[in-house]
Design a protein around this ligand. Structure first.
Ligand SMILES: Cc1cc2nc3c(=O)[nH]c(=O)nc-3n(C[C@H](O)[C@H](O)[C@H](O)COP(=O)(O)OP(=O)(O)OC[C@H]3O[C@@H](n4cnc5c(N)ncnc54)[C@H](O)[C@@H]3O)c2cc1C
Length: 392
């Protein structure tokens, strides 16, 4: 008989795990919202999936998306000085998670994965743990459900370092070559412009990361879509003129009434396993590895850890599932979690001089510019550039 696995949460980590595990195990997913509620609800993220994440999605035969206009580059500007456009080795893609999650859920249901629409409360954990061979906590930033211990070494902040202000817009002429534009305004925040795919077609995401209570923290208390749009337009005009120039005033609008979001994340890294009533439980994704979105790594890290958890479970398929399995999973992923986390935390602070010099060098040399673009696809390179002061 196949072992029974329960996944709580159907986001990036939970869905990829369901795809990966469904052939070797009996998989049941508990999700807080139906596909229909997800599709018609509020946007959740900006979700750029880089090459290695897309390779994993193909490996586990996840749905294919319209990628006629993939993300090919990273445009870097500091202040009002455009430094360079670095080309990515592999195309990236941002698919609206409302569309992505609901499509994956329906596809998995058709492939015999059981879905139960139920928000799991802590009181239910005992019964779940008893019923299944393994419970995987994929509850994202609202988690974790279990008390996985915080790894203090990787959790230096007590408060969020940025306010995330996101809207999906129509009426912006895309940048060229199509890519993510990163504009750093030292001491006050950043803007990320991201081309994305939604169920209704292409949009441009404008994603402001404002240092709390500094000049760019302009959206306090805004809950209304029209007010949000007006504020985004004036903010682009005053702080991001290169983006503002590409806005078509007549057609500039949110792509739908739920296409805006404000959130602030307090980064927190936890040990992703524990024994609960003498049985192993594990965590995957934001529930245990919650970083600030500033480096766009959350989905990519969730996908990486999902694949590594799958590999660990396959290795232990015919062995006992206990603390040893949990430790093996954590040992596999810890180096990568460390690289992503330390780089991301460093990006929320003033950039070190040697990193600024590296960015300036990218303006003079296309090979260096391409290597810097690759930081986002391969965070190990970014970690080296920040912490080993390697000259790229
Ligand atoms: C503003 C913003 C921008 C971002 N931009 C990027 C980016 O550009 N690139 C990138 O890689 N990452 C980005 N991220 C991070 C990325 O969205 C997350 O890291 C990623 O979605 C994490 O996947 P997950 O499966 O752990 O959690 P999620 O995708 O959040 O999924 C968790 C799921 O669990 C469900 N759930 C929660 N509690 C329960 C419960 N008790 N019972 C049942 N279900 C439950 C939720 O409803 C949800 O469906 C961004 C995040 C934010 C907030």
């Amino acid at each position: 008989m196949k072992k029974q696995i329960c996944i709580v949460g159907s986001g990036t980590a939970g869905l990829q795990l369901a795809y990966a595990l469904k052939e070797d195990f009996e998989v049941t997913v508990f999700h807080a919202n139906s596909s229909e509620k997800m599709r018609s609800g509020r946007i959740k993220s900006t979700q750029v999936h880089f090459g290695s994440t897309r390779t994993r999605e193909n490996r586990f035969q996840m749905p294919k998306w319209d990628d006629h206009d993939p993300i090919k580059s990273i445009h870097v500007t500091i202040g009002d000085q455009k430094l360079f456009t670095g080309m990515l080795k592999e195309d990236a893609l941002s698919v609206d998670q409302r569309f992505y999650f609901s499509q994956c859920t329906e596809d998995l249901k058709s492939k015999n994965v059981s879905f139960h629409e139920e928000k799991i409360e802590k009181g239910l954990l005992e019964a779940l743990v008893k019923e299944y061979d393994l419970v995987i906590d994929c509850t994202g930033k609202s988690g974790p459900l279990f008390s996985f211990p915080i790894e203090e070494e990787f959790t230096p902040f007590r408060v969020p370092q940025r306010k995330c202000i996101v809207g999906y817009f129509l009426g912006i002429q895309p940048n060229h070559p199509l890519g993510v534009s990163v504009t750093v305004l030292p001491e006050i925040g950043e803007m990320f412009e991201i081309p994305a795919v939604t169920e209704q077609g292409p949009v441009t995401i404008l994603f402001i990361m404002a240092v709390p209570d500094k000049e760019l923290d302009l959206f306090k208390g805004i809950k209304d879509a029209d007010e949000f749009t007006t504020k985004m337009k004036s903010t682009a005009k005053n702080y991001f003129p290169a983006i503002h120039e590409r806005i078509d005033a007549q057609n500039f609008s949110l792509s739908d009434e739920n296409a805006f979001l404000q959130v602030a994340i307090k980064p927190e890294i936890r040990k992703p396993f524990e024994m609960f009533n003498e049985k192993l439980v594990v965590g995957c994704g934001d529930s245990v590895f919650l970083n600030d979105p500033i480096t766009g790594q959350g989905c990519n890290l969730a996908s990486y850890c999902a694949e590594q958890l799958y590999e660990t479970l396959i290795e232990f398929k015919h062995l006992k599932w206990d603390e040893k399995l949990g430790r093996s999973y954590w040992n596999r992923i810890k180096p990568h979690v460390k690289e992503v986390t330390e780089w991301t935390n460093a990006m929320t602070q003033p950039l070190p001089q040697h990193v600024i010099q590296t960015l300036l060098a990218g303006a003079e040399d296309q090979t260096k510019a391409d290597q810097i673009a690759e930081w986002f696809a391969d965070p190990q390179m970014a970690h080296e550039a920040f912490f080993e002061k390697s000259s790229i």
